[in-house]
Design a protein around this ligand. Sequence first.
Ligand code: ZN
Ligand code: ZN
Length: 189
Amino acid sequence: MAITDLPSDWSFWVHLPDREEGPDVVDASWQIEMKQSIVFAQEEFSFLSPLQVVAHVSWADQSVMVQIELETTLSVPCVRCLELTDIALQTHFMYLYSLRDSVTSEREQESDEHLVLVDALENKLNITPQVWESLILSLPTNPLCREDCKGLCPVCGASLNDGDCGCNRETRDPRLADLLKIKKEDLEA
Ligand SMILES: [Zn+2]
Ligand SMILES: [Zn+2]
């Protein structure tokens, strides 16, 4: 079973630091067992280790700044040879939660953090959609088992990483063959 959208049982809430006293930054962390894989951009990502989520919460003027850190290990088929490939994912995203009414157009144009408009900033804040978004945004779009993966033979389907299968893969289209020849000469030059 694979999921394509925010899991319904996900719930990430953070406490806001006290503005008058107490620490400036409040940390929260979770460890999530991901039993289901995620299908995104036609790739299926399975989890080899729990998803670690850490949030650092602080005030920035009238807004709340949340840094979301994610760490896990994923398994995904290489886009060229389909071999399952492990990917160590480690990423962080910055979100700025501002009251809907208080945001000036100027602030909205700042681009170094993702702006989230909220109706209230009380003592707790729901960051669940942003944890999901951070995870999705950090999934590799063209996962490869290695930089120079040779892919599959279009004739017999064997992995060309294991050596040449001996098939004749020469193109029959002479125009394309000429193009490939020019390209090859370019590379060799
Ligand atoms: Zn590959
Ligand atoms: Zn072949």
